[in-house]
Write a protein that binds this ligand. Structure first.
Ligand code: GRF
Length: 194
């Protein structure tokens, strides 16, 4: 990754597929005075992703990528990342799995946020599975992306207590609040170690 020299900021692309609350939160953090990063680009595989509205509001370059053919989709993305001089990728609710080939090209420069205390509950429906297993705690994890799903090196985690009356919806809401604190913290950690 490009080293942080002087006041030069790290250029970040956020990948989304849906609501984009983490995307919005990262933008707002990037606008803080002492922020070491800039959100230059958002990539979505869905043209109707609600989160794309934030691109308009905050004047961030957006690209919608058709995933009919994964190879050409990724080739396309790599090209766009290059043009936009992107240093780091933050996945935030991106519902496509990146190929090994893509990950290799951005080795150590892709972060993801996952709504569980990894290595527990990889994949989907994490909250429902945690509740059904009578877990006392769940949480969220920011980790590096490697070739195995939700298995890369953990950067930071935050625990959230599961309450007796929790539904997966209620729990998701509380975990999401913590995600919004955790992702910028994890980014800061990654960037200060550069
Ligand atoms: C978050 O719960 C995140 O952990 C998961 O997908 C969800 C995205 O939410 N990977 P949002 O689109 O950022 O609101």
């Amino acid at each position: 990754m490009r080293r942080l020299i002087g006041s030069k900021k790290i250029n970040i692309a956020v990948f989304i597929s849906g609501t984009g609350s983490n995307f919005k939160n990262l933008i707002e953090n990037s606008l803080k005075k002492k922020s070491k990063f800039k959100i230059n680009l958002v990539i979505s595989n869905k043209s109707n992703a609600k989160g794309l509205n934030y691109a308009k509001r905050y004047k961030i370059n957006k690209k919608i990528i058709s995933y009919k053919n994964i190879r050409s989709a990724e080739r396309n993305i790599l090209h766009i990342l290059k043009i936009n001089k992107i240093d780091l990728i933050c996945l935030a609710g991106f519902m496509k799995i990146l190929t090994n080939n893509f990950i290799k090209k951005f080795e150590g420069k892709i972060l993801n946020i996952h709504p569980s205390l990894l290595p527990k509950y990889k994949g989907l429906n994490t909250h429902l599975r945690a509740i059904n297993n009578n877990e006392k705690f769940t949480g969220c994890t920011v980790h590096y992306v490697n070739s195995k799903l939700d298995s890369g090196k953990i950067i930071l985690q935050k625990k959230v207590r599961i309450l007796k009356k929790d539904t997966s919806h209620k729990l998701a809401k509380r975990v999401l609040k913590q995600e919004h604190l955790l992702y910028p913290k994890a980014l800061k950690k990654v960037l200060t170690n550069l």
